[in-house]
Design a protein around this ligand. Structure first.
Ligand SMILES: Cc1cc2nc3c(=O)[nH]c(=O)nc-3n(C[C@H](O)[C@H](O)[C@H](O)COP(=O)(O)O)c2cc1C
Length: 375
């Protein structure tokens, strides 16, 4: 049995295999609401054969969105919209679903990526909003000047994450991932490049960790033990003098001590000066290094595209699981193909069982009987 297709315990959850659908923003929401697109998209990913689907960065408040069309989970209305799409998506697939909770901070108030490259909305655009951050430092030229959060604003952010987490539990998500990566608000507090505060929330590393850890603790306290809680980080800003692997190790150990169920290791996104040595599995060495620091499972991500590459990452102990984003958009049946290439079995809806005439036995029916119920 290839390691990639062995079960993986993630805190209270056990994944059927070690392939994770990485969170991917769709920029397809109106006023934060999930719609038919999400039902179709999540349903496709749910049928992929992956061991876990993590729903896109979901804003914990309207000000926490990246673009005006981002998904949100901040009130009854946005919760009900997700409930509907999720019910459709899960109807015929028995796969654990997670949701990534996020606040964009100074990277908010933007267009969709296919509209002018996702540039910030002009302040006078009715869809824009004032953005906040650790310090009054814009992400880049042409981006809005954020307001540095005051004590009340910081308390609000913690409360918003906890409230969204409670809503996620009510929606039946099996897992919550806190977005501390890619230059969004919690990463803005972690990095010395974006956090130049002189109070208890900035300066030395211990202070810069405070808000992300406060959010983690508030969410952990807000959700039951049966729901897994993990964190996605950027292991490096890829900028001299920025957040780096050594600081990530301190954060990772602090999360481990607080009962974090897994660490999802990504990189970059904080500063446009970043220089990323892109290549196959370019972030895997970060995952491997951090895995040596913690007891919790570690998920690697970033240009993992080939079944043998994925199998090597998990069987050599560089990571416990792999996450794919673009690879699964390009080929939503990637786990089936990986199973065929590695001599394993992938879950498949009964109606699709005849899809693999040249690979008999690769596809197997789902374990839950109701996934095969006509509807
Ligand atoms: C369309 C798209 C949307 C994304 N949205 C998110 C997101 O919501 N949250 C997040 O942490 N990363 C997001 N990412 C980054 C991916 O999760 C992943 O880390 C990155 O694409 C590298 O993995 P890959 O080489 O398998 O695509 C997104 C990537 C893509 C392509």
């Amino acid at each position: 049995m290839p390691r990639l297709f062995e079960p993986l315990p993630l805190g209270p959850l056990t994944l059927r295999n070690r392939i994770v659908v990485a969170p991917m923003c769709q920029y397809m929401s109106r006023d934060g609401e999930a719609g038919d697109w999400h039902a179709v998209h999540w349903g496709t990913l749910a049928l992929s054969g992956a061991g876990l689907v993590i729903v896109e960065a979901t804003a914990v408040s309207p000000q926490g969105r990246i673009s005006w069309a981002d998904l949100g989970l901040w009130d009854e209305r946005t919760q009900a919209a997700i409930a509907h799409a999720l019910a459709v998506a899960r109807r015929h697939a028995d796969v654990p679903f997670g949701i990534q909770l996020a606040h964009a901070g100074r990277k908010g108030a933007c267009r969709q990526p296919w509209d002018a490259g996702g540039a910030p909305l002009p302040a006078e655009d009715a869809r824009a909003w004032p953005v906040v951050s650790a310090s009054a430092l814009p992400y880049a030229e042409g981006h809005p000047l954020p307001q540095a959060l005051d004590e009340a604003g910081i308390a609000r952010v913690v409360a918003d994450f906890a409230a969204a987490a409670r809503r996620a539990v009510a929606l039946g998500f099996d897992l919550i991932e806190l977005h501390m990566a890619h230059g969004y608000l919690l990463h803005q507090f972690l990095s010395p490049l974006s956090n130049q505060r002189t109070d208890a929330w900035g300066g030395p590393l211990e202070h810069r960790l405070r808000l992300p850890l406060a959010v983690f603790e508030a969410v952990r306290a807000a959700i039951p033990a049966q729901v897994a809680l993990g964190v996605r980080i950027s292991a490096s800003d890829w900028v001299e003098g920025g957040w780096d692997l050594a600081q990530s190790a301190v954060l990772a150990r602090a999360l481990d001590d607080r009962g974090c169920d897994y660490l999802h290791v990504s990189g970059g996104g904080l500063d446009p000066r970043q220089r990323i040595p892109l290549g196959p599995g370019y972030q895997v060495p970060f995952a491997a290094a951090l895995r040596r620091e913690v007891a919790m499972p570690v998920v690697a991500v970033g240009l993992i595209t080939e079944p043998v590459q994925a199998e090597t990452i998990v069987s050599s102990g560089q990571a416990d699981a792999v996450a794919l984003a673009r690879g699964l958009l390009w080929n939503p049946r990637w786990p089936w193909h990986a199973a065929a290439a590695l001599g394993a079995q992938a879950d498949c809806p009964p109606s699709y069982l005849r899809a693999a005439p040249h690979a008999p036995g690769v596809l197997r029916p789902p374990p839950a009987a109701d996934a095969a119920t006509p509807a």
